[in-house]
Design a protein around this ligand. Structure first.
Ligand code: 5AD
Ligand code: SF4
Ligand code: FES
Length: 363
């Protein structure tokens, strides 16, 4: 080896081990203080040598703050009708290739009753954004589900403050509304007719009204940078979100982003682990989108900071029709099958299915 190559090689080793040392020091700081600067988060998102240590640190913090119990939330996808046109989503209004459905209030209550009989303590009602269910319909559904003794999470998009209040008065406990991205320009590009301000207004209203709030982001959106992902993470901390759900963006062929690259499992997992380090007592799901990209995705996520899984309890053909992105798992399975499957997987990694409601316990 000539001297020059040798020198640059040595320099490379020193440089790389230097950045590894920096990364390990930052992970140590995050594990102990639960606080990082944007630059530190960016360094960890870019560094590939320290990932195992990042995941292990997130796993330790998860164990210390929220324990080994995994909270299951039964997900009811009650309508795929949507008036919005989010560029990434298969349920967007302009997608004519989806057969649209909506379940009657009685069907929704029936699915929740079945979820309760499978041992779920929480149901999540999710749908596209639409006005087909009036406030009174929603209140009727919420009251009936609450009478089953379940915790209830809503995920039905942007509404007025008075609608959020009405749902809360009827008994809803939690609300999921992902910010999707905190890059305002990118947000408005991907969400025609929607405003970043209104998204923030919704989250603020929900919090003020006493909901546990869940938010989150997509990882790997076109034009999204690691700096912007770092902003997302800091935003969740600033908001003091109770739940943070995130997953890779998976291109859907029926959308304007059909030919984009999509996010990776690894980067999504890193973002998730960092969220656990910075919000140690939050509830963090191992998401379905993660399992779409890796067949062990949810269990890997549970071992890298997550403590929640949201199995599908929608019955029949509706699962297939709730086609946010391609390759969604469990579309041909029954609620009973998924319940058994997920319990087996969770106990298989030495964790237990919680029998509690799984509210956030602030520490
Ligand atoms: N890939 C991954 N996640 C998606 N979502 C919508 N479309 C996609 C996609 N193509 C997510 C959004 C939304 C949640 C219900 O589904 O983040 O908040
Ligand atoms: Fe509608 Fe939600 Fe899909 Fe946007 S992400 S198009 S609001 S279902
Ligand atoms: Fe649905 Fe495993 S959770 S098949």
């Amino acid at each position: 080896m000539n001297e020059e190559i040798k020198r640059s090689y040595q320099f490379k080793l020193v440089w790389e081990s230097g950045s590894l040392i920096d990364a390990l020091a930052i992970i140590h700081k995050a594990e102990n203080t639960h606080s990082l600067t944007k630059d530190e988060i960016v360094l960890l998102l870019k560094n590939n040598e320290s990932v195992q240590e990042l995941f292990s640190a997130a796993d330790r913090v998860r164990s210390q703050f929220v324990g080994d119990q995994v909270h299951l939330r039964g997900l009811i996808e009650f309508s795929n009708i949507c008036k919005m046109n989010c560029h990434y989503c298969g349920l967007r209004k302009d997608n004519g290739n989806v057969k649209r459905y909506w379940l009657t209030p009685e069907m929704i209550i029936d699915f929740a009753t079945k979820a309760s009989s499978y041992g779920y303590q929480t149901v999540v009602l999710q749908s596209g954004e639409s006005d087909i269910y009036g406030v009174e319909d929603m209140q009727y559904i919420i009251r009936n589900i609450k009478s089953l003794g379940l915790a209830l999470t809503l995920s039905v998009g942007e509404k007025t403050r008075s609608e959020y209040l009405a749902y809360k008065e009827a008994g809803a406990d939690r609300y999921l509304l992902r910010i999707e991205t905190t890059d305002r320009k990118l947000y408005e590009k991907l969400h025609p007719g929607m405003s970043f301000e209104n998204r923030i207004r919704c989250l603020t209203d929900l919090k003020e009204l006493g909901y546990e709030i869940g938010t989150g982001c997509l990882v790997g959106l076109p034009e999204q940078t690691v700096e912007s992902l770092a902003d997302d993470i800091l935003f969740f901390k600033e908001l003091d979100a109770d739940m943070i759900g995130l997953g890779p963006f998976i291109p859907n062929e029926d959308t304007p982003l059909a030919h984009e690259l999509g996010g990776t499992f690894e980067l999504s997992l890193k973002v998730m682990a960092l969220i656990r380090l910075l919000l140690p007592d939050a509830n963090i799901p191992a998401t379905t989108a993660m399992e779409t990209l890796n067949k062990e995705g949810r269990m890997i996520a549970l071992k890298s900071g997550a403590n929640v899984v949201m199995p599908n309890v929608t019955e029949g053909e509706y699962r297939q029709l709730y086609s946010l992105y391609p390759g969604k798992i469990c579309i041909n399975d029954t609620p009973a099958h998924c319940r058994g499957c997920i319990t087996g997987k969770i106990t298989g990694i030495g964790r237990q299915v919680s029998k509690e409601y799984g509210y956030r316990i602030k520490k």
